[in-house]
Ligand binder design. Structure first.
Ligand code: SKM
Length: 171
C-alpha cells in the first residue's frame, strides 16, 4: 500500500456510485479500497438493516464515526467510499477534511432512484423508496457541499467519472 499519498474520500447520496468509482480509482492508483459500510458490517458482525433494526440508527452512526476515525487515522494511499449519511455528523466532516481529499458525487433524483431500485440493503429506503429518496435528498441538499470537489455522475460512465476525479487529485 502506498502510505505517502493523500487519501481519496468519496461522499454522496446512496446511488451516486461511490463504491463502483472507488474500485476503479483504487485499481488505477494501486491504493487500498475501504468501503466504510462494509468495514462497519465486518466490525459489528451484522448487516446494516440488522443494525438499524436491533440497535437503532444512532448506534449505527456511532459505529460509523468510530470506523471512519480509525481508517483515516492510519494510512495514506487509501480510497475511502463512505456511507451516504456519513456527512450528517459534523465531526465526521472534520475527520474527512483533515484525512484526505474529499470528492462529493452527486446525481439527480431520477438517476438515484433508478440505481437503487430493488436494493434491500438500505433500511432508510424502506416503504416507498422513491418518495424516501426525494425526502432524504431534500434534507441533505447542503450536507455534501463541504467537499473539496464535486462531480455530477448523472450522465457520465464510471470510467469517465473516475478520470475526472484523478485529474483533480493529480493537480
Ligand atoms: O451507510 C448506509 C446506511 O444504509 C445509511 C445511508 C444513508 O444514511 O444514506 C447510506 C448507506 O450507505
Amino acid at each position: 500500500m502506498n502510505q505517502t499519498e493523500q487519501n481519496i474520500i468519496l461522499i454522496g447520496m446512496m446511488g451516486t456510485g461511490k463504491t463502483t468509482i472507488g474500485q476503479i480509482l483504487a485499481k488505477e492508483l494501486g491504493f487500498a479500497l475501504v468501503d466504510l459500510d462494509a468495514a462497519i458490517v465486518a466490525e459489528q458482525g451484522m448487516t446494516i438493516p440488522e443494525m438499524f433494526e436491533l440497535r437503532g440508527e444512532a448506534y449505527f452512526r456511532q459505529a460509523e464515526t468510530a470506523v471512519l476515525r480509525k481508517v483515516l487515522a492510519s494510512d495514506g494511499g487509501q480510497v475511502v467510499a463512505t456511507g451516504g449519511g456519513a456527512v450528517l455528523e459534523p465531526l465526521n466532516c472534520e475527520i474527512m477534511l483533515s484525512g484526505g481529499i474529499v470528492f462529493a458525487l452527486t446525481a439527480d433524483a431520477e438517476t438515484i432512484i433508478d440505481r437503487v431500485r430493488g436494493d434491500s440493503n438500505r433500511p432508510l429506503l424502506a416503504g416507498n423508496a422513491e418518495e424516501r429518496i426525494r425526502i432524504i435528498m431534500d434534507e441533505r441538499k447542503d450536507a455534501y457541499r463541504f467537499a473539496h470537489y464535486t462531480v455530477d455522475t448523472s450522465r457520465m460512465g464510471p470510467e469517465k467519472i473516475a478520470s475526472q476525479i484523478l485529474m483533480h487529485y493529480r493537480v
